[in-house]
Design a protein around this ligand. Structure first.
Ligand code: NAD
Length: 282
C-alpha cells in the first residue's frame, strides 16, 4: 500500500484564501512581529510571515530590535504594542538572545493578542479544554486531519515530543477531539511499541528519520512536524519509507510547514474578531 499524501501547501492556500475573505470583511487587521538580533533563520521566518500577511491583506508592523536590547526595553515595546488599538496580534520571534528571558517576555503580551498561543493564559485555557489562541503548528495539524477526514474520536494517537509549542498543545488538541493520547519524549523506552499500536502518529522531535517504517501500523495516519536540515536537504522526523505502510502521510517539505504560517494568519483574524466583539467601538 502506498499512503495518500496530505498536501499542506494546497490546504494552506485554501486557508489563506478564507483568511483573506475574513480580513476583507473585518476592514483592517494588524499583526506586529518583534525580532531581536540577527539570527539568520529568524530573519527568513519573519520575512515569510510578513509576505504571507500581506498576501491576505493583513497590515504588518515589523519591529527589528538590536541584539543588546535590555529586558526592560523589550517589555516596554511589547506593552506599547499591547496598548496600540490598531494592532490585533503580536508575536515575538524565538529564539531571543541569551540575556533575555523568553518566558517573561511572553508573559508581558496581552493574551488577547498572543497569536502564537504561547502565553500562560492561552496554554492554561487549552489545558482546560477551552482553547482560545492555540499555537499555529498543532492547529495546522488538526486542520490537516480534518481536511483528510481522519477519524480522531476513539483513535489511539501518539505524539512524539513534549515541547510547549508543538508536542504538548498537539496532545491537548487530540485529547479534546476524543483521541486516546500518549505523549512520547526523549526518555521514552521502546518508542516503537507505542507507535506500532497507534492510529495517528505525530512526530515533533527534530531528529531526522527517527520514525522508521516498521514503527508504523499499516494504514495509520502519520504527521511529520520535524524540520531537519541535512546534507540531503530538509527532511522530516519520519523515514520516507513509512509511506509504504501508512494510509495518510504528510511530506517534508510541503506538509505541516505551510500550514503553520496559514494558521498564524487565521489566529490573527480570530484575535481581531474577538477584540472587536469585546470592544465594538474600538
Ligand atoms: P524541541 O527541541 O523543543 O522538542 C523536541 C522534543 O522531542 C522534546 O520534547 C524531546 O523530549 C523529544 N525527543 C528528543 N529526542 C527524542 C527521541 N529520541 N525520542 C522521542 N522523543 C524525543 O522541538 P520543537 O520546537 O517541538 O520542534 C520539533 C521539531 O519540529 C523540530 O524539527 C522543529 O524544527 C520542527 N518544527 C516544525 C514546525 C513547522 O512549522 N513545520 C514548527 C515548529 C517546530
Amino acid at each position: 500500500m502506498r499512503a495518500t499524501i496530505m498536501d499542506g501547501r494546497a490546504l494552506a492556500a485554501k486557508v489563506q484564501a478564507e483568511v483573506a475573505g475574513d480580513v476583507a470583511g473585518l476592514g483592517d487587521v494588524g499583526l506586529a512581529t518583534v525580532l531581536v538580533g540577527d539570527d539568520p533563520a529568524s530573519h527568513i521566518y519573519i520575512r515569510r510571515k510578513h509576505e504571507a500577511a500581506q498576501g491576505v491583506g493583513i497590515r504588518s508592523d515589523d519591529r527589528r530590535l538590536p541584539a543588546d536590547i535590555s529586558q526592560e526595553e523589550l517589555i516596554a515595546i511589547v506593552e506599547e504594542l499591547n496598548d496600540d488599538d490598531s494592532i490585533d496580534g503580536i508575536l515575538v520571534q524565538s529564539p531571543l538572545p541569551k540575556h533575555l528571558d523568553e518566558a517573561k517576555t511572553i508573559e508581558a503580551l496581552d493574551p488577547a493578542k498572543d497569536v502564537d498561543g504561547f502565553h500562560p493564559t492561552n496554554a492554561g485555557l487549552l489545558y482546560l479544554g477551552r482553547p482560545a489562541l492555540v499555537p499555529a503548528t498543532p492547529l495546522g495539524v488538526m486542520r490537516l486531519l480534518d481536511e483528510y477526514r481522519v477519524q480522531i474520536a476513539g483513535a489511539r494517537a501518539v505524539v512524539i515530543g513534549r515541547s510547549n509549542i508543538v508536542g504538548k498543545p498537539m496532545a491537548h488538541l487530540l485529547l479534546k477531539a476524543n483521541a486516546t493520547v500518549s505523549i512520547a519524549h526523549s526518555q521514552t523506552v521502546d518508542l516503537g511499541r507505542l507507535t506500532t499500536d497507534a492510529d495517528i502518529v505525530v512526530a515533533a522531535v527534530g531528529v531526522a528519520h527517527l520514525v522508521a517504517p516498521d514503527m508504523i501500523k499499516a494504514g495509520a495516519t502519520v504527521v511529520d512536524v520535524g524540520m531537519n536540515r541535512t546534507d540531503a536537504g530538509l527532511v522530516g522526523d519520519v523515514d520516507p519509507g513509512a509511506a509504504e505502510r501508512a494510509g495518510l502521510i504528510t511530506p517534508v517539505p510541503g506538509g505541516v510547514g505551510p500550514m503553520t504560517i496559514a494558521m498564524l494568519l487565521a489566529n490573527t483574524v480570530k484575535a481581531a474578531r474577538a477584540r472587536r466583539v469585546a470592544n465594538p467601538a474600538g
